[in-house]
Every structure is written in C-alpha cells, then in structure tokens.
Design a protein around this ligand. Structure first.
Ligand SMILES: NC(=O)c1ccc[n+]([C@@H]2O[C@H](COP(=O)([O-])OP(=O)(O)OC[C@H]3O[C@@H](n4cnc5c(N)ncnc54)[C@H](OP(=O)(O)O)[C@@H]3O)[C@@H](O)[C@H]2O)c1
Length: 259
C-alpha cells in the first residue's frame, strides 16, 4: 500500500525536519508547515530531488487563529492524509511572573489549541479510510512540573494526556495516536530559548534521528501510545511515574536554583 501523505508542523528545523527526511525516505508525500518559508522551500527541493516525493510548502504561524484556519482548511481538502505530526513548539526560560504574557499565550496556542484543531480536522478522513496515525510531539517534561518551565510542562502534559485519551477513543478504528516524549534532543530548541545546554552531560542528549526512528518504529509495530526514545529516558520516566508528586517539585526546584 502507498505510504500516502504526511503533514508535519515545525518542519523547518530539528525533530520536524528529521520527520520529513525519514518520511520522504519511506515514500510519503509531504505538507510542510512552519513560519520560515525559505527553509521550507529548501527542504522541499532537497526531498523532492532525493526521494522523488511531492512536497507542498505551507508557511504559517501556528499561534495565529487565521493561519491555523488555513491549515485546517487544507487538511479538510486533502484526499489521502495518512499521518499528522503535531511537532511545532518552543521553550522559554524564567518565571511566569517575569515572562511576557504574549509569549506564554503563544505557547499555549502552539502546544495545545493548534494540535487539537489540526487533529480534529484530520480525524474524519482518517476514520473514513480506517487508516492513519497522529503523532503529538510532547516531552519527558510532560511527566513532571518545574519552576521556570511552568507552562512548558503543563502544555506538554496536555499533549500526552490528550493523546492517551484519544487513542482509547479510537481503539478498533485502525487510526493510531502517539505521544512522542523525547528528553534533551540536539536541535535549535535550546539555542532559540537562549540556553546553551552545556551543563548537561553528553549521554543526556539524543539526536533528532534517534527520536524520529523510535517514533516511526513504535508506530510500525503498533506499540504503546506513549513513546519515550532512549533506554535511559525510559527508565527515568518509569521512575518519575512512581515518585510521590511533591518530591518532583523539590527535585526540579533544586535544578532551577542552580541556573
Ligand atoms: N529539543 C529538545 O530537547 C526537545 C525535547 C522534548 C520535546 N521537544 C519538542 O520537540 C518539538 C520540536 O522541537 P525541536 O527540538 O525540533 O526544536 P527546533 O529545532 O527549535 O524546531 C522547532 C520547530 O517549530 C517551528 N515553530 C516554532 N514556532 C512556530 C510557530 N509559531 N508556528 C509554526 N511553527 C513554529 C519552528 O519553525 P519556524 O521558526 O520556521 O516557525 C521549527 O521548525 C517541540 O514541540 C519541542 O517542545 C524538544
């Protein structure tokens, strides 16, 4: 069966761009969404010539209602969407009290409202064809809460819980949902939020290639809804899930004071 078409948000860099590369290698046609149209065009050129797949560039700021409306309309008009990857995201540093309100609102729109709207737009077609996948790129942060990352953890917790609930709702329909929960991954993410990540040991870092491979392989074997790439992060998440919640706050507060 042909792979079909995948829509990837945050396709211009990092994990999203790597999703596009691996999906093109599997024969998917692509719709690539992010704000930076030039980078998307360059990616479309690269994938079109390397893998002979069709790549449609759809520049959009997914924190803006009217631009999300355009992507929703494009999804509804698509014939063969088989995979939606809700990946676009960003992090911030610092306390909620000191953060610019518009930046925190943008995070909630990008990590919560937009994935929910795009998923809802994709579902009727996926259900009709009884086939397809939705990947929501969440984070190991979805299992904790932390000062300095209040909304990041909270919005990622939404994505993980949303995915688990929806997967239960879709059981038996042929449509899969995954919450992809990476730990520290080399991309532009940390640099964009003004942090060099230099304090973290090398073993703590995953590559975008590893993260995407883990996600696609777990989809291939129709594995668990939550996908945590890397053995050490799997162990860490298992541990976190057994810790008393107040202890998580004490540990993350220690890390916050060190920054
Ligand atoms: N890197 C990590 O350590 C890590 C760990 C766990 C989870 N994650 C999650 O992984 C996802 C991808 O992050 P990454 O590490 O690949 O970061 P990245 O390299 O900074 O890429 C982020 C992507 O999101 C897009 N984006 C940001 N704001 C957007 C907006 N308003 N509208 C549309 N697109 C937007 C960016 O494109 P434009 O700038 O062109 O719009 C870019 O393509 C995020 O959801 C992040 O929370 C990352």
């Amino acid at each position: 069966m042909a792979a079909g078409t995948a829509l990837v948000t945050g396709a211009s860099a990092g994990i999203g761009r790597e999703f596009c590369r691996q999906l093109a290698g599997r024969g998917y046609d692509l719709l690539v969404v992010a704000r930076d149209a030039e980078r998307l065009q360059a990616l479309a050129g690269e994938l079109g010539s390397e893998h002979r797949v069709n790549v449609e560039v759809l520049p959009a700021d997914l924190t803006r209602d009217e631009e999300v409306d355009r992507v929703v309309a494009r999804i509804r008009g698509l014939d063969g969407l088989t995979l939606l990857v809700n990946n676009a995201g960003f992090g911030t540093l610092g306390s909620l009290a000191a953060a610019p309100p518009e930046q925190q609102e943008a995070m909630i729109r990008l990590h919560v409202l937009t994935p929910m709207r795009l998923t809802q737009a994709a579902l009727p077609g996926l259900l009709e064809r009884r086939r397809g996948d939705v990947v929501n790129v969440s984070s190991v942060a979805s299992f904790i809460y932390s000062p300095g990352n209040v909304n990041y953890c909270a919005t990622k917790a939404y994505l993980t819980t949303f995915s688990e609930g929806l997967a239960t709702e879709l059981r038996g329909t042929g449509v899969q949902v995954q919450a992809l929960c990476p730990g520290f991954t080399r991309s532009e993410f940390h640099e964009r939020m003004g942090e060099d990540g230099g304090l973290r040991p090398r073993f703590a870092w995953l590559s975008a290639r590893q993260v995407v491979r883990a996600s696609l392989e777990q989809l291939d074997r129709r594995g668990a809804v939550v996908c945590v790439p890397g053995v050490s992060y799997k162990l860490l998440v298992a541990l976190i899930r057994h810790l008393p919640r107040p202890l998580i706050g004490r540990v993350t507060a220690l890390g916050y004071r060190r920054l």
